[in-house]
Design a protein around this ligand. Sequence first.
Ligand SMILES: NC(=O)c1ccc[n+]([C@@H]2O[C@H](COP(=O)([O-])OP(=O)(O)OC[C@H]3O[C@@H](n4cnc5c(N)ncnc54)[C@H](O)[C@@H]3O)[C@@H](O)[C@H]2O)c1
Length: 472
Amino acid sequence: MRLTVIGTGYVGLTMGVVAAYLGYDVVCVDKDLRKLQLLNEGRSPIREPGLDAMLSQVRGRMKFSADTPLAVRDADVVMIAVGTPSTANGKADTRYVEDAAREVAEGFAPDRTYVLVVKSTVPIGTYRRVAHVVSRVLEERGVQADIHVASNPEFLREGLALHDALYPERIVVGTESEAALRVMEEFYNPILLQSFAPPACVQPPRERKKPTFLVTDPTSAEMIKYASNAFLATKISFANEIAGLCERVGADVVQVTRGMGLDSRIGPSFLGAGLGWGGSCLPKDTAALIALAAEYGYEMPITEAARNVNAQQRRIAVEKLQEALKVLRGRTIGVLGLAFKPGTDDVRESAALEIIRLLVERGAHVKAHDPVAMDNARAALADLEVDFVNDPYELVRNCDGLVLATDWDLYRELDLAKMASLMRVPVLVDGRNLYNPEEASSAGFTYLCIGRPTVMPKLSVDPAQPGETRGR
Ligand SMILES: NC(=O)c1ccc[n+]([C@@H]2O[C@H](COP(=O)([O-])OP(=O)(O)OC[C@H]3O[C@@H](n4cnc5c(N)ncnc54)[C@H](O)[C@@H]3O)[C@@H](O)[C@H]2O)c1
């Protein structure tokens, strides 16, 4: 079976590489010539664990191209995996999907059968819209081809993209075409049966389970993706709402959410209180869901509240810092972590970036560090004066405050006493509740976290009045 994937982002490239690993011949298409050049040199344009290794393993079965019509001509399955960013009013911008559908249709050869798969996260009805765009182009070209459309939303997590593509919990296919369904089942067969040899470059799950193959109507498939992301976003925002109350009543949200998560009806994941969610999916997909509902005259107050709580979490981190330091103007603040979560170089909608903007607005000078996302952050913050520092200990030197924004494992291993001693004022806002409060305070930090009591250092400098020592 021959696969052509349109878009070599986190989803498209992952799908392409995994399909090649499963033995298919794959062509990956992109408009971005820089990405294509890197890929043709055997290098991945995105950072995902195992991706470089798997790319070099499957290179013989993969081609990269900027020419969509040529790339789809001999394909059996064509997947559209281009971006669907937010427009100003929150709606999903399906322009790239429609462009891709048009370009794909330009390449479909006469009298051939193709399965056209919409992998991008798209608003309800896009399945039908894609089918319409394709048939119009074919009509204009006077070409008769047998096109079967399927909606096949993707659920992979950045930082675990290969893992999730190889070992998914479910594969959802929404289609009205029996032929598309048969081809999709055949395409996913090695994953459905878990019959492939696990690649060495991807850590397999402790227990390999066969995923559920869920067949739905196309509209339900499109809705499953949005509903899943809105639910995950709401779960985190709920933990953050509880965190705010924990701070007021003196409870510890880490203990509270652990206690909640032990209930199998609730489950432990997505209950981490902190700076909230970011990335390329949850923010835009919750916005798109609300915008979609509005088109139907329907309100989604729970999803809206989840978004409001999330926006608030970022401001809370800056406010905590301001409360400790009293004045932010003229202060030097270090920010540890720029990626929206550990394991990825993606900084889209990252809490760190928004916090940096808020700090700069309040007159602070910001220094920042991330193990892999520094280049992307530098580009995203090009309009601000931010110092990017390669070493966490260098970062904190002479800082008046530190915000931990991304819970990279690397930051767990830092020598907190050394960090505190290098700072002018050792105040730490732990935006991910990464550290043990007692350890942070013993290291000399005024330790502010989310949903847990503030812990003062055993012997410290008053953060607002550096120079005055105070015992406890
Ligand atoms: N990133 C994730 O974790 C994730 C997970 C599940 C679903 N999704 C969804 O999958 C879709 C893709 O997301 P992504 O993060 O991979 O996007 P991305 O922005 O990383 O990549 C999209 C790629 O498509 C290319 N592109 C755009 N128009 C094109 C065209 N006409 N022809 C060829 N290439 C074109 C862009 O140059 C870019 O390289 C989105 O709808 C997203 O919501 C993303």
